[in-house]
Design a protein around this ligand. Structure first.
Ligand code: FAD
Length: 338
């Protein structure tokens, strides 16, 4: 049932105040289709919501907010030691990671503890500890918002990149993802070359061991949104040309940098922000986390406007000092007033 004037402040991990004009959470595909038809007929803007962990919400979301809550999970033998995992868009991502790790299925254990729902994972091609969704994604099942027609995209159709996909470009705000199909493996294939993961694990770890180690590192480094409002990394790691990286390195020899296959170089946004002396800064109700400069936090009582002003300050200081432009990672939604 579509509800009116619904409070979404606890439905976004930043805990920003927001009300939806209309809201529908459903695990019934027929209801999703009916809602899409009604929205088109009435001219309501449509917003799809997952777990709200990658959003900056203004106080008012007009139209209809649709939250798919399908949590079905099915395993299909694919031969050659591989398994296809069919998962509903509404299942919590970490619940999926644990379900696979318990069955000793390998592929997404490094993505443990990333908040949010499975349906949102392709939007920014979630990634952590050297692994990204694109490594295991087989299919995305979706409905087009404009007419409810179904489509299935294969991995190559999704134009995945670093925190990027077709869902941030040609299909931005145009689809609701209903199901993912992942291809995972029964063969042990730990990827431990990132950070100090290997040193925390036995010689032949299980998938559960790896997921637990990743979770432990993340708990040490990142604030828990249940305790302190945040949306994880607020900025993407910027990618610069090799020439620009050389120039920056000549002035900042300790600068972390990661050469990419295309010749460009990825920099660590958190390091750049830290060098500007901004870690731990607090401005009113918002601030920069004191252990991780990449994470902007909401201490409560603040607004998206306040948070965006702080973000703008960060962008400006990094630009002035390094001539590098930081790009926001979470999506901005809604309007400042009804
Ligand atoms: C503490 C913390 C740590 C994080 N760490 C990481 C990390 O390591 N790596 C990483 O990649 N991300 C990370 N994130 C970001 C976030 O967890 C991911 O982007 C996650 O996939 C967002 O899922 P969500 O369900 O919360 O999406 P939401 O925030 O609800 O939505 C995000 C976007 O996806 C769209 N969307 C959501 N569901 C659907 C759907 N079913 N169909 C169509 N569109 C949809 C929304 O419209 C919106 O544009 C972190 C966030 C937090 C708070």
């Amino acid at each position: 049932m579509i509800r009116s004037d619904v409070d979404l402040s606890s439905a976004n991990t930043l805990g920003l105040p927001c009300r939806a004009e209309r809201f529908l959470a459903t695990d019934d595909i027929g209801s999703v289709r009916d809602a899409l038809r009604q929205a088109v007929k009435q001219g309501w803007p449509l917003t799809v919501l997952g777990g709200g962990s990658n959003l900056v919400l203004h106080p008012w979301l007009p139209g209809l907010v649709l939250q798919p809550t399908f949590t079905n999970l099915r395993f299909e033998e694919a031969g050659q030691g591989e398994v296809l995992v069919h998962v509903g868009a509404g299942l919590n991502w970490h619940v999926l990671v644990e379900a696979l790790a318990e069955r000793d299925l390998w592929g997404i254990e490094n993505l443990a503890l990333i908040p949010g729902h499975c349906g949102a994972a392709p939007i920014q091609n979630i990634g952590a500890y050297g692994v990204e969704l694109a490594d295991v994604l087989e299919q995305v099942h979706l409905l087009h918002l404009e007419d409810g027609r179904e489509a299935i995209l294969g991995r190559d159709d999704c134009a995945f990149g670093y925190r990027d996909s077709i869902f941030k470009h040609a299909l931005e705000n145009r689809v609701v993802i209903t199901r993912l199909v992942l291809r995972v493996s029964k063969r042990a294939q730990p990827r431990l070359d990132y950070g100090d993961l290997a040193s925390r694990l036995p010689a032949a770890p299980s998938a559960s061991d790896v997921a637990a180690a990743v979770s432990a590192v993340r708990r040490e480094k990142l604030p828990d949104p249940a305790v302190l409002g945040n949306a994880g990394s607020f900025f993407k790691n910027p990618v610069v040309s090799a020439e620009k990286a050389r120039m920056l390195l000549s002035r900042n020899p300790g600068m972390p940098h990661f050469p990419l296959a295309d010749g460009n170089v990825k920099l660590a946004a958190g390091w750049l922000i830290d060098q500007c002396g901004l870690k731990g800064l607090r401005e009113g109700h918002v601030g920069i986390h004191d252990r991780q400069a990449l994470v902007l936090v909401h201490h409560g009582g603040g607004s998206a406007t306040e948070l965006l002003a702080l973000a703008q300050r960060v962008v400006g200081e990094v630009q002035a000092r390094f001539d590098v432009t930081l790009e926001r990672e979470p999506r901005l939604m809604g309007e400042t007033a009804r």
